[in-house]
Write a new protein. Structure first.
Length: 81
């Protein structure tokens, strides 16, 4: 008698920055990681940009103000976040 001892394929756990569980992705029929912007509704793109980078339209791709703020925080706190 033969038994199939293979386990399920690995899954990906999504955790927040505090290590708390958010979701589990099995990879079975799920498309995650990259979605072309052209396929997303405009309101989703606008919401993502508003949440991630409110000055997106006013800088060339890297926000100099955010870089300066991060540099100031690193220097004044003597550590990186």
């Amino acid at each position: 008698m033969r038994y199939d001892l293979r386990g399920p394929p690995p899954s990906y756990l999504l955790l927040d920055r505090h290590g708390q569980f958010i979701a589990e992705l099995t990879g079975e029929g799920e498309d995650y990681g990259y979605w072309p912007v052209a396929e997303l509704p405009p309101r989703v793109v606008a919401a993502a940009l508003a949440l991630e980078d409110k000055r997106f339209d006013s800088h060339p791709g890297v926000d100099p103000l955010a870089v300066a703020r991060a540099l100031y925080q690193n220097i004044t706190h003597r550590k990186r976040w």
